[in-house]
Design a binder for this molecule. Structure first.
Ligand SMILES: CSCCC(=O)C(=O)COP(=O)(O)O
Ligand SMILES: [Mg+2]
Length: 209
C-alpha cells in the first residue's frame, strides 16, 4: 500500500552522523557551562531534571555517551541556536534529502520528522541547512517528548497525532531498533544505510521513486 505520509529520522537518514557527532555535539559540549551561567532562568527548569551533584558534569557525561535524554536534548537545542544564528553551524543534509522531500511533497505526501534531537533543534538543522531553509517543505516534528524512538508506543502516538492509521505512515531510519519498533506499531518502515551496508535503501532517492 502506498503511504499517505512520511516520517524521517535525522542523524544517519537526512543528515550525516559525522555532522551530529563531530560538529553539533562538540559545539554543545564547549558552550554548555557558559550557556547555563548566562541563562539561569532558562536553564533552571531543565537542570532540575538532571541527576547528580553537578548537573553540568552529568550533562557533559551524557553528551560523551550520546544519551538521548530529553533534558540534554532540550539544552543542546538552545545552545545550537546561537551557533546557527552566528553562522558557525550549518545543518548538513545529504543532496538527495531536499530532492526527495520536494518529490514526495509534489506527489501529495506530507513529510514529517521524528528525531531524538529536540523539536527546536530539528527546526534549526533544516532551517539553516546547507541546502537553504527546508522548513517550508516539512509538516510536523516529533521528539522524545512523544516517547523514545525504540518503543512501538511512540509510533502509535505519532500516527494518532497525524490522524493516520499506522499502516498509512512510512518511517525511514538508520537504526534497526527504531525500524523494528515502528513495524511493531504497524507502520511501514525502511532501514537506510548511508555507508552502503545491508539495508532496505541507501539513499532517500530510492524511497517511493
Ligand atoms: C536535531 S539534530 C540533532 C540530532 C540529535 O541530537 C540526535 O541525538 C540524533 O538523533 P536521531 O534520532 O536524529 O538519530
Ligand atoms: Mg538516526
Amino acid at each position: 500500500m502506498k503511504p499517505k505520509s512520511i516520517l524521517l529520522d535525522i542523524e544517519g537518514t537526512t543528515s550525516s552522523i559525522s555532522f551530529v557527532a563531530d560538529e553539533l555535539f562538540p559545539y554543545a559540549r564547549k558552550h554548555l557551562a557558559a550557556f547555563v551561567e548566562a541563562n539561569p532562568e532558562v536553564a533552571a527548569p531543565i537542570l532540575v531534571e538532571v541527576p547528580g551533584d553537578d548537573p553540568v558534569v552529568t550533562l557533559i557525561q551524557w553528551i560523551d555517551e550520546d544519551r538521548k535524554a530529553t533534558p540534554l536534548k532540550t539544552l543542546q537545542g538552545l545552545i545550537w541556536a546561537q551557533g546557527y544564528a552566528d553562522g558557525e553551524l550549518k545543518g548538513h543534509v545529504y543532496p538527495d534529502t531536499p530532492e526527495a522531500v520536494r518529490r514526495w511533497t509534489e506527489a501529495g505526501l506530507q513529510v514529517n520528522i521524528y528525531s531524538s534531537g529536540s523539536i527546536a533543534a530539528q527546526k534549526l538543522i533544516f532551517g539553516h541547512s546547507i541546502a537553504g531553509d527546508l522548513t517550508p517543505l516539512l509538516g510536523n516534528y516529533f521528539d522524545t517528548t512523544t516517547g523514545p524512538k525504540r518503543e512501538a508506543d511512540s509510533y502509535t502516538k505519532i500516527a494518532d497525532a497525524l490522524g493516520l492509521a499506522p499502516s498509512e505512515l512510512l518511517f525511514v531510519s538508520d537504526m534497526p531498533a527504531e525500524v523494528d519498533a515502528a513495524r511493531e506499531a504497524g507502520l511501514q518502515a525502511l532501514l537506510i544505510d548511508r555507508a552502503g551496508g545491508p539495508a532496505d535503501v541507501h539513499t532517500l532517492a530510492e524511497v517511493l521513486p
